[in-house]
Write a protein that binds this ligand. Structure first.
Ligand code: SAM
Length: 297
């Protein structure tokens, strides 16, 4: 039975979910099944979802429901703990973390007010365990003014999530001001309809290497039907152009593609500065292909 199947079959405590959430839940939560995991659900409602998570995650899961509404207490049960307080009360959140430890999964389905979601995220996200996941639901509210939302409105959680796209690239940009520990631990960010999911790893290490043998650009390869020496000269000429940062392109007849070419060349120049490997020069090869197509057109 899939999670969606369990949801449809539910005839016990009430819950409301958008259908598109189910494939995302399965994609991000499946690895936690039958393991010792701690899930925080912010916003318990009538408790239906906590039952669903218990059934899905299995007998070793600890489920902690956080809600402002005191009557939610009565939803405590096997594996299910309820703590009453606001998602904006950092002292309350700290006490819950102190009691249950770092959460592996956080689901924010609380007030849906954007400043609340941000306050909770700012505090709880850095505390998520390694390999954990932080999921925020009903983010259509990020576009609703009565929830503090609006299209591209600063302060919505959608904007927070977008800013994380830059944070996870902070090292490459060399922009230390956007770098945070939580950003460094973010391995991926997933945007779905009304849902954003952050996957957490450990502090990013920038690692890369080139492996394998270069077959094509060792100076002896040329496209079929092309003279190897001529081809090699053409490649050298393009590399020269890159280093001159392309003034020649000003007079090149392929003016309509000049901007794209220069962008490619600039990117390539950076690559060339850090690597002498031909395998890193795909943009040059792309330009070359373009040139050849244009010249034979
Ligand atoms: C949409 S319901 C949750 C539904 C539940 N997660 C489910 O899937 O069935 C929202 C819940 O958030 C709670 N809530 C509202 N504001 C809150 C706040 N500031 N802190 C914590 N919970 C809040 C409400 O009391 C309500 O129970």
């Amino acid at each position: 039975m899939t999670l969606f199947g369990e949801f449809l079959r539910n005839d016990h405590r009430r819950m409301h979910k958008w259908y598109q959430y189910f494939p995302a839940y399965e994609a991000h939560f499946a690895r936690f099944r039958n393991r010792h995991v701690t899930l925080f659900e912010i916003g318990v409602g009538e408790g239906g979802a906590l039952d669903l998570w218990r059934g899905y995650l299995g007998p070793f899961a600890t489920l902690v429901g956080l809600d402002v509404y005191p009557r939610c207490r009565q939803l405590e049960g096997e594996q299910i703990h309820i703590r009453i307080g606001s998602q904006t009360d950092l002292g309350f959140l700290a006490a819950v973390v102190a009691e249950f430890g770092a959460p592996d999964i956080v689901i924010d389905d609380g007030s849906h007010l954007q400043h609340h979601i941000n306050a909770t995220f700012d505090f709880l996200y850095p505390k998520v365990a390694k390999n954990g996941v932080y999921l925020v639901e009903d983010l259509h509210a990020a576009y609703w003014p009565n929830h503090g939302g609006g299209l591209r409105r600063p302060g919505t959680f959608i904007e927070t999530a977008k800013a994380y796209v830059d944070k996870i690239h902070a090292d490459y940009i060399g922009e230390t001001s956007i770098r945070t520990e939580a950003g460094d631990r973010t391995t991926s960010i997933h945007f779905y309809d009304s849902l954003v999911v952050f996957e957490v790893g450990e502090a990013r290490k920038m690692m890369n290497k080139t492996t394998g043998q270069s077959e094509r650009f060792d100076g002896t390869w040329a496209p079929e039907g092309t003279d190897k020496t001529e081809f090699s000269k053409l490649v050298d000429q393009i590399v020269d152009n890159i280093e001159k940062e392309g003034p020649e392109w000003e007079t090149d007849p392929i003016n309509d593609d000049r901007d794209a070419i220069i962008r490619n060349l600039q990117a390539e120049l950076t690559l060339l500065r850090i690597s002498s490997s031909w395998r890193m020069t795909e943009p040059v090869r792309a330009v070359l292909r373009l040139l050849r197509r244009r010249r034979t057109a």
